[in-house]
Design a protein around this ligand. Structure first.
Ligand code: ADP
Ligand code: UDP
Length: 238
């Protein structure tokens, strides 16, 4: 499958057309941004790691009947995916308080929830991805009731699957962001990526952060953390 025209260049990936109108090629970059693009940098090797991790985890989720956009890994940084119309919602699942949740509600980072939370943000960089409830999503016509219920159900099932996966690797899944899209026939599938850019992952034993918070918060050892989380992932089936 050949890359055709560049359709979109985002903060972390480039998206290319292919000869097949139903398929796209995603190329992962080493560019990193935080705080809605205010902080910029490079994390060497990140694109390779995120590509491999996202594909591995999507294949894992497919095995528990979560439909995803994944088709085939083409190279270290490139993956063939099903083209979807992205539903402009950032679906955030949390097991433990951190980041914006801790700030917004004054809850200490690390506070464990009795059950997971699902939050929606309106995916709109110009507005800074504001929080949104299901009524807001309906009012903005981002999705209908049935789709929102399905997205929530998928998000919780993905959380169950990923928590178990990472537990087996000695890693605690704190929170993560998902994006869903519609195929041409309206089927909703998981799209975008699942990676240390979009998840908070803590070493269960030491509570060391093995994710993008090392970049956001200038904690150092960013590349090492990405390499370590990949190593843990690849130890899963070993
Ligand atoms: P951003 O747009 O936030 O800067 P990226 O750099 O990751 O993010 O760009 C990738 C873009 O591709 C995102 O806008 C994402 O919503 C979109 N996308 C991800 N998967 C698919 C897909 N299967 N079909 C169409 N668009 C997709
Ligand atoms: N997240 C993301 N993209 C975003 C916002 C959040 O991937 O645009 C992820 C982030 O990596 C974390 C989770 O979603 O794993 C929850 O993020 P939070 O709302 O705490 O926001 P942040 O602290 O990044 O502002």
């Amino acid at each position: 499958m050949e890359k055709r025209q560049l359709l979109y260049e985002g903060k972390a990936k480039k998206v290319f057309a292919t000869d097949d109108p139903t398929l796209l090629i995603v190329e992962y970059k080493d560019d990193a941004t935080a705080f809605n693009g205010v902080k910029k940098g490079t994390i060497e090797g990140k694109g390779v790691i995120n590509n491999r991790m996202s594909n591995y985890l999507m294949r894992y989720l497919e095995r528990s009947d979560i439909p995803t956009h994944f088709v085939r890994e083409l190279s270290e940084r490139e993956t063939l995916v099903k083209k979807v119309t992205i539903i402009p919602l950032e679906v955030i699942v949390r097991n433990i308080a951190a980041g914006s949740f801790s700030q917004r509600y004054g809850v200490e980072e690390g506070t464990v929830f009795s059950s997971p939370t699902v939050e929606f943000s309106y995916k709109n960089d110009a507005l800074g991805d504001p929080l949104l409830n299901t009524d807001g999503a309906l009012a903005l016509d981002l999705a209908d009731q049935v789709e929102l219920a399905l997205i929530r159900q998928y998000a919780l099932r993905i959380n169950q699957g990923l928590r178990k996966f990472w537990r087996d690797c000695g890693v605690t899944l704190v929170d993560f962001k998902l994006e869903f899209g519609r195929l041409r026939d309206g089927t909703i599938v998981l799209a975008d990526e699942i990676s240390p850019d979009t998840c908070r992952l803590w070493d269960t034993a030491t509570r060391e952060k093995l994710d993008k918070d090392r970049f956001r918060r200038d904690l150092g050892g960013v590349e090492d953390a990405y390499r370590e989380i990949l190593r843990r992932m690849e130890s899963h089936d070993a």
